[in-house]
Design a protein around this ligand. Structure first.
Ligand code: FBP
Length: 264
């Protein structure tokens, strides 16, 4: 397999995944304040920003929209997902194969594993199949490493987040996407337990420019290679501006304050 740093979804050792699988995971409610973003083409246009190393979408969005953007955007196909209508113990249906993701033009694949769910065993078995198939296609695998379910008392607990990150390394993920564990020390610990595997911070629900960029700055300073973000970019009125600022913080090591000032 090609070294992760040589993958097209990595730029100068850094990663910015623009995720837009929310229509499946959360439903149209995430687009209420930005109804124009219901058209996936608008988010693909945003993903053509230099700061974005790939855009993560589900199969149906890749099939319908990626052909118009393949020259400007690297594609990550999410191989599993669940709707918010599912009310059971956390699980994620595999809805796309690695072979088909490769056919669609993917430069990487994404896979959710809910550690601590009663479905963890089957999810890890499904991950095994995807990970080994991704190796055959030379595609990096990003694990959405989300502790969630009956075995998890507190999904925000820093030790739990570090554990989920280590699970990603042990199972052969190339990138772990994790929630911010609350402090720079905890994030640094999370990155340490990941060994050489890049860790990217999950964006979360939309916050202010300052709050969001400061958290990204803290994550990057703690050893994170970047970000996998959705709402904090495309729910904004001006996604280009926040991407300009993210480019400074992630790739140039600028502070959130400097990046905000420079992009005002
Ligand atoms: P956000 O930056 O908007 O949080 O997107 C990242 C992501 O992992 C998406 O890929 C996914 O749809 C969503 O968050 C899952 O959110 P939740 O943690 O609420 O399940």
């Amino acid at each position: 397999m090609i070294p992760i740093d040589d993958s097209p979804i990595v730029r100068d050792g850094k990663i910015l995944i623009l995720a837009m699988d929310h229509g499946l995971e959360h439903g149209p409610v995430d687009f209420e304040d930005v109804p124009e973003k219901l058209d996936p083409a608008t988010v693909f246009e945003t993903a053509s920003h230099d700061a974005v190393t790939c855009m993560a979408v589900q199969k149906g969005i890749a099939e319908g929209y990626y052909p118009s953007f393949e020259d400007d955007v690297n594609l990550m196909v999410k191989l599993n997902g669940t709707s918010n209508m599912w009310n059971g113990e956390p699980n994620s249906a595999v809805n796309c194969s690695v072979e088909y993701a490769a056919e669609l033009g993917a430069s990487g694949v994404g896979f959710t594993v809910y550690g601590g769910s009663n479905h963890e065993i089957e999810m890890v078995e499904e991950f095994r199949e995807a990970q080994e198939s991704a190796r055959e296609h030379d595609l990096p695998v990003a694990m959405w490493a989300y502790p969630r379910g009956q075995g998890v008392r507190n999904a925000s607990n820093p030790d739990t987040i570090a554990y989920a990150t280590r699970v990603a390394l042990e199972l052969g993920a190339d990138i772990a996407k994790v929630k911010y564990p609350g402090s720079t020390d905890a994030m640094a610990h999370t990155c340490r337990v990941a060994g050489d595997m890049p860790v990217v911070m999950s964006g979360g629900s939309k916050t202010t420019d300052h709050e969001f960029l400061t958290q990204v700055e803290n994550a990057v300073q703690s050893g994170c290679q970047g970000l996998a973000v959705g709402r904090n970019v495309w729910q904004r009125e001006d996604p280009t501006r926040i991407l300009d600022a993210l480019e400074m913080v992630i790739y140039e090591g600028e502070s959130a304050d400097n990046a905000l000032e420079a992009t005002e």
